[in-house]
Each structure stands twice: as C-alpha cells, then as structure tokens.
Write a protein that binds this ligand. Sequence first.
Ligand code: ZN
Ligand code: ZN
Length: 150
Amino acid sequence: MAGEWTIRELARKAGVSRKSVWAWIDAQGWARPVSGPWILDGERARLVLERFEQTAPLRTPREPVPCSIEGCERTRAGLQDMCKMHYQRRLRTGRTERSSGGDWQTAKTHCPAGHEYRPENIYRFPSDVGTRRRCRTCRIAQSSVSKKPS
Ligand SMILES: [Zn+2]
Ligand SMILES: [Zn+2]
C-alpha cells in the first residue's frame, strides 16, 4: 500500500469513525505532526486498516445472525441470541427445547427459583415417587424465612 493517507480516508476505508482511528493511532505513540493533519505512510495505513478489519464484523452485525439453538434455521430476534420462537418458548417454559410431558421435569437442570440441580443440591422425601427432585437451596431458604421472628 503506497502513498499518503489521511485519517479521514482511512476511517472511510475501514468503515469506522475518524475518532476511532485517531484514538488507535494515538495509542500507538506514533509521532504526531507538528502542524496540519495526520498523514500516514502506506505502511502505517496498512496497520490501521488491519487493526480495524479485525473488529469490523463485531461492530457492524448487519448480516442476520442465526439462532443459537442447534438445528434452528431462523434468525435471531433483536438483541436476543435466539429466534423469536425459541425466545418465547424459553420465557414460557424456562427452556428452549420442546416440552414433552413428564420428561421435561427430569430434564430440567434448574429448580423453579433458578438453583442448579446438582447432586448435592437435590433431596427427596421418602414419599416422593418417580424422579421428582426437590431443591435443597430453596428448602433451606424457606425454613430460614419461617424461623424468623415476626
Ligand atoms: Zn430458534
Ligand atoms: Zn431452588
């Protein structure tokens, strides 16, 4: 890359604001011109463009981004990391997979209050049937609330 480049030209070419280019150049400690605008030689201009090329996809997500749920072909909705359908399902059921009767209780990894069902956090009553799990953290929280003097 030859020639002389101004910040304005570089910013336009990189698709970023002049301020961003300026800030980065300043951070490199490159000698500032005593007067007049920054003029970068080809080598430095190349470095600037390389630097901003790396971040370009992160800054301008104009392309539709696919839903993060495996196998889903829809695109993400707004700032969510999943499509509208999956997002709404998660709001409704707390998970993104289709619920199918009883399995979904077993497959759940967290209690309704959001504590993780780890082995040490699960307890059962002798009267519990099947795979019903209870959250120890919730149980402790409930009993400490009820013990509080009112
Ligand atoms: Zn989806
Ligand atoms: Zn819990």
